[in-house]
Design a protein around this ligand. Structure first.
Ligand code: GDP
Ligand code: IMO
Ligand code: MG
Length: 432
């Protein structure tokens, strides 16, 4: 079936508008799957003027009769999940939408959040390491436990015996770290055990086998959309390491974190803003710390959906975008926030880098090298008109069309969807 299985990923440093694009596409899709990351994500969806921010729930939850899956690759903060489910209005039950949580998803425990904060503050005070500027949601420490094979999974919090055994091992280890490394108070087993069991009682009806769920949907001819969190340049392998998150945000992450083999995917959608933003620390070649950055931040309302932090802003970076095209195998681009560029005097796009006096269009793997990059820009004519009411490509002013065509020419990838505002209806479908 044409585009029966699609992966949607962020092509920059996150916050590209993935949630709003998933929401638009979910109209035609039966199953939406989150496959990595955790409550560090903040995916905004605006429907009829009402704002919804999803941290853990897939952004398809607002549609009736869908299946939404939280895959094994996600790190699950039960308190956040429970709050999000309770906050849904109407409730998923009322609209016939089913949530399935993989039993293999790892649980973010309160000590993960504590260790996240402690390790960030120790990096801040260190002369050898720079802080990452994490969201403080316990993401890194939880993935550390997963790969260290001592993590607690969703299936464990509904099993008293398993939970007790695993929690004891963890508490012993964490108390040593808390005491010896940070001089902090020890954790209390009983308190955490009771808390985790109460989460388990809430989550039990949602637990399931994500692989079976997705497979049976596909066998029934249904359409599945994988919803990435964060973005390519925050990927633990392919991003600006160490200023990254701790999961596989690229399209390949869908296979392991969402339980579907690569042969079953039809295409990968890359979401990119018409400019760039980044929250937290790390290299950002096109960052503008002056008037343009401030103008983009204000017009684009660039403040973190999870932490409220002001996002760093700058011009579109084609070197980074072409890198995302390559490592994700992008088949189509969803270009968001084109409206934010309206009214600027001129537009710039970074088309190559100068590194130590040499020109290159290659995205360097080293954050230290990326820190030294001088962006080389091409300048474009801007457009003055408000484009937020445009609903077809032809409605856009010629300068905006040229900007989009330039992105297509430089990437070799079609721009299939354009965002001209944050609402569901503020979307131009070109040829999706
Ligand atoms: P995500 O994490 O990739 O889902 O993106 P976020 O929700 O964190 O940030 C994207 C922000 O841009 C949200 O506030 C969206 O409502 C908003 N947004 C998304 N697409 C558009 C667009 O085309 N135009 C405008 N003006 N805002 C948009
Ligand atoms: P969505 O899905 C933007 C950033 C943090 C920090 C780094 C590591 O909304 O696009 P972490 O808490 O993951 O250990 O932090 O990654 N970060 C994000 N930036 N959007 C996100 O998610 C992000 N999730 C994490 O700011 O720099
Ligand atoms: Mg976000």
């Amino acid at each position: 079936m044409k585009n029966g299985v699609q992966a949607l990923i962020g092509a920059q440093w996150g916050d590209e508008g993935k949630g709003r694009v998933v929401d638009v596409l979910a109209r035609e899709v039966d199953v939406v799957v989150r496959y990595q990351g955790g409550a560090n994500a903040g995916h905004t969806v605006i429907v009829e003027g009402k704002k919804h921010v999803f941290h853990l729930l897939p952004s398809g939850m607002l549609y009736p009769n869908r299946v939404c899956v939280i895959g094994n690759g996600v790190v699950l903060d039960p308190e956040q999940l429970i709050a999000e489910i309770k906050g849904l209005d109407p409730s998923p039950e009322d609209i016939g939408t089913k949530l399935v949580v993989s039993g293999s998803a790892h649980i973010v425990m309160p000590y993960h959040k504590k260790l996240d904060a402690l390790s960030e503050s120790s990096r801040k005070g260190s002369s050898n390491a720079r802080a990452i500027g994490t969201t403080g949601r316990g993401i890194g420490p939880c993935y550390v436990d997963k790969y260290n094979r001592i993590g607690i999974r969703a299936e464990d919090i509904v099993d008293e015996r398993q939970l007790a055994d695993k929690l004891r091992i963890n508490i012993e280890e964490k108390n040593l770290i808390l005491d010896k490394l940070y001089g902090e108070q020890p954790l209390d087993f009983d308190e955490l055990y009771e808390k985790a069991l109460s989460w388990g009682r809430f989550i039990k009806p949602y637990l399931g086998d994500s692989s079976l769920e997705i497979d049976s949907a596909l066998r029934a001819g249904k359409k599945v959309l994988f919803e990435g969190a964060q973005g390519t340049l925050l990927d633990v392998d392919h991003g600006t390491y160490p200023f990254v998150t701790s999961s596989s945000c690229v399209s390949g992450g869908c296979c392991t974190g969402g339980t579907l083999g690569p042969g079953r995917f039809d295409r990968v959608i890359g979401v990119t803003k018409a400019y760039c933003t980044r929250v937290g620390e790390g290299p950002f070649p096109t960052e503008d710390k002056g008037d343009i950055g401030e103008r983009l931040r204000q017009s684009g309302a660039e403040f973190g959906a999870t932490t409220g932090r002001p996002r760093r802003c700058g011009w579109l970076d084609m070197v980074g975008l072409n890198y995302a095209v390559r490592v994700n195998g992008l088949g189509v681009i969803a270009l968001t926030k084109l409206d934010v560029l309206s009214g600027l005097d001129e537009l710039k796009v970074c088309t190559s880098y100068e590194i130590d006096g040499e020109g290159t269009d290659r995205f360097p793997s080293s954050a230290a090298v990326l820190d030294r990059v001088k962006p080389v820009y091409e300048t474009f004519k801007s457009w003055k008109d408000d484009i937020s009411k445009c609903r077809s490509f032809g409605d856009l002013p010629s300068e905006a069309r040229d900007y989009v065509k330039f992105i297509e020419d430089k990437t070799g990838v079609r721009v299939g969807l354009i965002g001209v505002g944050p609402g569901r209806e503020d979307t131009i479908f070109v040829d999706f």
